[in-house]
Design a protein around this ligand. Structure first.
Ligand code: ATP
Ligand code: MG
Length: 340
């Protein structure tokens, strides 16, 4: 339950850890644009570079990926005059509140995070300390703005629950109601876009195999080819949504269609009942190309003016700090830090 005393405010972030995927677009960015355009919330969107470096990033790639992600946000419809758009490291209050939250969150909570288990894998001893602490910094990203709503994909649900736990424990430990209990917003047909070659894994920008995902910068030919080659079972499309149960790859392509076309899964199944997957994939590829193609060309245009991108990020960071700095100062007061 978000408290009425907090301004309705949206925060969300994307890591500049490689190109944007269709999963990031449908699960996150497209919905960020919808929330901005709804006009009901102040919207703050962040390129979370401090999260990206929890696994190795080549410095030159990180710089380019951050600028490219900024171009992606704008090409997808984020208006940097309306929403606040910036990269995390330019607003030091994220890391400062992150430290406080490292001291609020418990080791046991962090050890239960499935993203930690997935990303650290069998070799957890060699993972960075930052990868383990990632969700405490994510809680800080959200709570440094007293954000009330966070649109994310399904994979981030557990981190949002942890954010609520951290806010509640801070409030309890210090006898305050300073931090809001943030609402996750996990909505739409494609909250979990799956890997095109394995319908049990999510599509991810950091997967080593490029065939598993559609990148926002893929050409029309590449998009069509990847969809055509996406794994499916031999059966045609079902006549009802129930018929998609236990068919993860089929379900995934139907979800993608529904999200791209801004319609429901029921509608897509009704339109395509009993269709062979060969034909369905051809139509899906056409739809994907139609919806996605304008974004990479606009990104490429924006990338030609790097100085303008850096100016936008700098201006966004200034606006973000106007909100974050007083919240950090108040947090330090609550904790009992001396500020001279
Ligand atoms: P990485 O593999 O580096 O973690 P990622 O593709 O998971 O990259 P993130 O930057 O971690 O991307 O996530 C950005 C946003 O995109 C989050 O809101 C996340 O929930 C959403 N997201 C990521 N992958 C998917 C997916 N396959 N389907 C729907 N949403 C997704
Ligand atoms: Mg991720």
């Amino acid at each position: 339950m978000s408290d009425a005393k907090f301004t309705p405010r949206v925060f969300s972030g994307i890591q500049p850890s490689g190109g944007l995927t269709l999963g990031n677009y449908l699960g996150a960015m497209k919905r960020f644009v919808d929330m901005q355009n709804a006009g009901t919330h102040e919207c703050i969107y962040c390129m979370v570079d401090l999260h990206a470096i929890t696994v190795w990033q080549d410095p030159a790639d990180l710089t380019r990926n951050t600028r490219e992600l900024c171009a992606g946000f704008i090409a997808a419809g984020i208006d940097p005059e309306n929403s606040i758009l910036f990269n995390q490291s330019q607003v030091p209050e994220h890391a400062q509140l992150g430290w406080i939250f490292n001291c609020v969150a418990r080791m046991g909570w962090m050890g239960r995070m499935t993203q930690w288990k997935d990303k650290a894998g069998k070799n957890a001893e060699a993972a960075s300390l930052g990868l383990f602490a990632y969700p405490a910094l994510m809680a800080a990203d959200i709570l440094i703005y007293h954000a009330t709503h966070v649109p994310v994909g399904e994979d981030q649900k557990q981190h949002l629950e942890l954010t609520r736990d951290i806010a509640a424990k801070f409030n309890h430990d210090f006898g305050t109601d300073f931090f809001p209990i943030t609402e996750p917003v996990i909505e739409g047909a494609a909250t979990r876009v799956m890997n095109l070659q394995d319908g049990t894994k999510k599509m991810s920008k950091s997967d080593p195999s490029d065939r598993t995902r559609i990148n926002m910068t893929d050409s029309a030919d590449e998009i069509a080819k990847k969809i055509r080659k996406a794994k499916t079972d031999p059966d045609p499309l079902p006549e009802t949504v129930e018929g998609l149960e236990a068919r993860p790859e089929a379900r995934n392509l139907v979800n993608i269609w529904a999200a791209l076309a801004d319609t429901t899964v029921e509608d897509v199944v009704a339109q395509n009942a009993s269709k062979l997957f060969g034909y369905f994939k051809q139509d899906l590829a056409d739809l994907a190309v139609e919806k996605l193609a304008p974004i990479p060309s606009e990104m490429a245009r924006l990338m030609q003016d790097q100085a303008e991108i850096d100016r936008i990020l700098g201006r966004g960071a200034e606006r973000a700090r106007e909100i974050a700095a007083p919240i950090l100062a108040r947090t330090y007061d609550i904790v009992g830090m001396v500020r001279s």
